[in-house]
Design a protein around this ligand. Structure first.
Ligand code: FES
Ligand SMILES: [Fe+2]
Length: 401
């Protein structure tokens, strides 16, 4: 199967506009996005190597929900709502930690086994008999795919992750991502923009030549984006036969070892996959990373991600990874600035909306996925805040009728 160049062409006469500006600052619409999308779509919580031993856990707050990922005594990784069955306290407050044999709630001391079942309440005689399953932690939908722990807070419309990602599995498999280990902690950073402004920038490479000198130096015109098809898009670049004018790029090109574990056409490639709505998995020959954005409010977004490296990484690989991370960090800082400028205009009465290039068709197809879930986005004029949810529900009903 040749997946190196997928021929997905841009249709003629497509609508080059973007989403209406109101969608970037409406409180009511954010509520809809949280309820109708973020809480029931797959999110990467971490990688299995972030919790290598039984009792290791990772916690994640997002979308007004709290998740707890825990490795059991049986080695299995499970995800639960981080909510005590007694009165709802957080069971763990650290982003990452370890408990020895059991989880003890910090409020009144109920104790849970590492498989989530209740071991016992504190002062049990003050309660009737408590069934250990009935009062166990509430699990959530989980799928470990290529080592990434995907969770969703509630059941949703997406297929399983392995089905969604099936078109890319052959390309991703040679990296051995499931066996990688953390190259650092899971990082988080807030940005003063709507989450969609982050995604709008990340979903196209048209800006690379102008805004990302290091990336341009590294892979320049080889970069291309494919549109979102069935909830996933892919971007691809190669750095064959380039010299590198910038220090980091020149050294990266010089040091990066021949990645013999990869098929020839992938040995000098940077490949990105974006899972609708907000998750990116990216591979270079020496590392894999994920990053994502969570809305904190209409005008604030949490950026979160982590980088993973090969378990038996040698010195050359480590040096190349360091340089790749440096190039990537620079790129991200540049992107953050672009998202701020782009987001600001969404409030300006003078801004007439996007007019997209064929090279930004990925932005449009992401928006189309959003429009399918939220047909209210087809309204150019801002609907009344208190009518947004109702209008959207009516439009969805009409569409399915
Ligand atoms: S809330 Fe957890 S023991 Fe009371
Ligand atoms: Fe960018």
């Amino acid at each position: 199967m040749n997946i190196h160049h997928r021929d997905i062409s841009v249709p003629e006469n497509w609508d080059r506009s973007g989403l209406p500006g109101w969608a970037y600052h409406s409180e009511a619409f954010l509520k809809l996005e949280l309820e109708g999308m973020f809480r029931n779509h797959w999110q990467i919580a971490c990688h299995v190597s972030d919790l290598p031993e039984p009792g290791n856990h990772v916690s994640l707050d997002a979308f007004g929900e709290r998740a707890l990922i825990l490795r059991g005594k049986d080695g299995k990784v499970r995800a639960f709502h981080n909510i005590c069955r007694h009165r709802g306290s957080r069971l763990v407050s650290d982003e990452k930690g370890t408990c020895r044999n059991a989880l003890v709630c910090p409020f009144h001391g109920w104790v849970y086994n590492l498989d989530g079942t209740l071991r016992g309440a504190a002062r049990p005689r003050s309660f009737p008999d408590l069934d250990k399953h009935e009062f166990g932690l509430v699990g959530m939908d989980t799928e470990v795919w290529m080592g990434f722990v995907f969770i969703r807070f509630h059941e949703g419309p997406q297929p399983r992750v392995h089905e969604l990602m099936a078109p890319f599995e052959a390309e991703m498999a040679p990296y051995g991502i499931a066996d990688m280990i953390p190259a650092g902690e899971i990082w988080e950073q807030t940005s003063p923009v709507n989450w969609k402004s982050v995604r709008d920038v990340d979903n196209e490479g048209y800006h690379v030549a102008m805004a990302h000198p290091a990336l341009q130096d590294l892979y320049g015109p080889t970069y291309y984006d494919e549109p979102f098809v069935n909830g996933v898009c892919r971007s691809h670049a190669t750095y064959d036969e380039r010299e590198g004018r910038r220090w980091s790029v020149r050294h990266y090109l010089k040091l990066t070892p021949d990645a013999k574990h990869l098929p020839t056409e992938q040995r000098k490639a940077w490949i990105f996959y974006t899972l609708f709505p907000n998750t990116v998995i990216a591979m270079t020959p020496e590392l894999t990373q994920f990053y994502q954005e969570f809305p904190l409010s209409t005008g604030e977004t949490l950026l979160r991600g982590a980088i993973y490296k090969y378990r038996g990484e040698d010195r050359e690989q480590a040096a190349a990874r360091y340089l790749a991370m440096r190039i990537d960090r620079e790129t991200m800082e540049e992107d953050v600035q672009l998202t701020v400028w782009s987001n600001e205009s969404m409030r300006s009465p003078s801004f007439a909306g996007f007019f997209l290039s064929d090279l930004e068709y990925g932005v449009r197809t992401h928006h189309d996925h959003l429009r399918n879930l939220f047909p209210v986005l087809n309204s150019e004029e801002p609907p009344a805040e208190d009518a947004i949810a109702e209008t959207n529900a009516r439009l969805l009903e009409n569409a399915s009728a």
